[in-house]
Design a protein around this ligand. Structure first.
Ligand SMILES: Cc1ncc(COP(=O)(O)O)c(C=O)c1O
Length: 487
């Protein structure tokens, strides 16, 4: 076979995307440059691509400049200490689970956790104790969970190693995290928080309160998503003393590369400075812009933007308006088709789409022109489908909450290590699942490794398949087959 070493398919694709001058309403929040701190917008960045030279410290044992940069981030967030991460929030969550949970100490968590959590469960060997999150009506995605449900879960599962909460969820909604923190304190269990989407929360009083100020013991934030750092750059803050600093440092040493990128670490240091000096002012502007955009989009036939009136109950108490969640349900075309049209016709790229909604992220790199382009494009899409005549054609009749939680037969670690095989979905009843299958919305796992595949799970997945709803996590995206444990 002749291999063409002239071609650079990835480089070419990136060049093409950066040349089309797309409207970027997705992460990373620097928007392709304008939201990057000044220190990172330099032409000789390759000169910063170095290793642990004299005077440049060592991420795995910091005592010099990295330690000082981490200390400044800790001060901005009111943390006991902060660790820089070069493999995103993914590695932070995995390290926290490895540091707090084990075969005998379960992890209590909501069903809408990010897939990186599976890595933490596999490494630690812990059993998951799942809590069903609240569903936001009209938009049908999963948000937070109630302190009462957490209390009940902790009473039933003695010896939990930690509780994990997501704050805010992917769609920007937060539950009563202060209430969860209080329950954790009563039970003496550490509260870990996935704040991947909330680096900016602490910097503006109109946004939901951040996890550390609500009493979280450990928090991981994707600074690259909404904090102005480069992709993969995250940080992990420790709050109270219930999570042992040394164990977290050890877990990070186990899981992170021995050659951390100085460019990524520098982007965290520069992002912290930018957030400290400009964060509130930028968020002031973004919030004004977001409110204006929401009111304009709400006037377009067939569209609705998430707002406080859709929230209620302890699982959904507040939301982040800088994340425009637009329901296109009444347009009758579904979120995927709307996102495709936004990109193809208008050059606008949003963060995500699901069966009913679009999610556009407004962040440090977003301009008024970007947001107004979105408003205009949404109006065009509404006109083009003749909204108002297409009532809920896309309403697929799926239960927003998904099927009942299946029984857990073995830990995710055992399922992961076991021999596995592929079977037809229709023939999987009673077998043990070996993969995650998540449906958006609601954004919860329908089946998790180690769980029994029940009749209800199969029926739900068959309906998902029939409706053409996208799924995440499965090896076979068509869901004709599923990976199971080969016992
Ligand atoms: C809720 C949530 N948690 C964790 C992550 C993982 O974050 P990272 O991409 O920084 O590894 C994501 C990524 O999208 C996420 O949405």
């Amino acid at each position: 076979m002749l291999i063409n070493h002239e071609h650079t398919p990835l480089v070419d694709a990136l060049e093409e995307y950066s040349n089309i001058k797309a409207v970027r309403l997705h992460v990373p929040g620097h928007g392709g440059g304008p939201g990057l701190p000044k220190a990172m917008r330099r032409s000789n960045l390759p000169g910063w691509d170095v290793t642990e030279l004299a005077g440049l410290d060592d991420l795995h044992n910091p005592t010099g400049v990295i330690a000082a940069a981490q200390q400044s981030a800790a001060e901005l967030y009111g943390a006991r200490c902060t660790f820089f991460l070069v493999n995103g929030t993914t590695v932070g969550l995995q390290a926290l689970i490895a540091a707090t949970c084990s075969k005998d100490r379960a992890l209590v968590l909501p069903r809408n956790v990010h897939r990186s959590v599976l890595g933490g469960l596999v490494i630690s060997g812990a059993s998951p104790v799942f809590i069903e999150p609240a569903i936001v009506p009209g938009f049908d995605f999963a948000a937070g969970f109630s302190p009462d449900k957490l209390d009940a879960a902790l009473r039933q599962s003695s010896g939990a190693g930690a509780v994990l909460a997501v704050h805010p969820c992917y769609y920007g909604v937060v539950g009563d995290l202060g209430g969860l923190s209080e329950v954790c304190r009563r039970h003496g269990v550490p509260l870990l928080v996935d704040e991947a989407h909330g680096t900016h929360l602490r910097l503006h009083p109109a946004l939901p309160a951040d996890a550390l100020s609500l009493g979280a013991d450990a928090v991981v934030q994707s600074v690259h998503k909404t904090g102005g750092a480069l992709t993969q750059a995250s940080w992990l803050h420790l709050g109270g003393k219930r999570v042992e600093r040394q164990r977290v440092a050890d877990a990070l040493r186990l899981l992170q590369t021995s050659s951390p990128s100085y460019i990524l670490m520098a982007s965290l240091d520069a992002a912290r400075k930018q957030l400290a000096f400009k964060g509130q002012a930028v968020l002031d502007d973004l919030l004004t812009l977001a409110v204006d955009a929401a009111s304009r989009i709400n006037q377009i036939p067939g569209l609705a933007v998430l707002s406080k009136e859709y929230l209620g109950g302890p699982g959904a108490v507040h939301y982040d308006p800088t994340r425009l969640v637009i329901s296109v349900r009444k347009l009758g075309i579904g979120g995927y088709a709307a996102a495709r049209r936004l990109a193809a016709v208008h050059g606008i790229y949003v963060e995500m789409s699901d069966a009913y909604n679009l999610v556009a992220v407004l962040s440090l790199g977003t301009s008024r022109a970007d947001v107004m382009a979105l408003v205009g494009a949404m109006a065009e899409i509404s006109r083009s489908v003749g909204a108002g005549h297409a009532a809920d054609r896309n309403c697929n009749g799926l239960s927003p909450a998904g099927p009942p939680l299946p029984p857990q037969v073995m830990t995710p670690r055992r399922a992961w290590l076991a021999k596995q095989k592929k079977v037809n979905i229709e023939e999987s009843r009673g077998l043990v699942g070996a993969e995650i299958i998540a449906v958006y919305p609601p954004g919860i796992a329908i089946i998790y490794p180690g769980e029994e595949i029940t009749t209800e799970v199969i029926e739900y997945l068959l309906q998902v398949r029939k409706m053409g709803v996208h799924i995440q996590g499965a090896a076979d995206a068509t869901i004709k087959t599923i990976r199971v444990v080969d016992i």
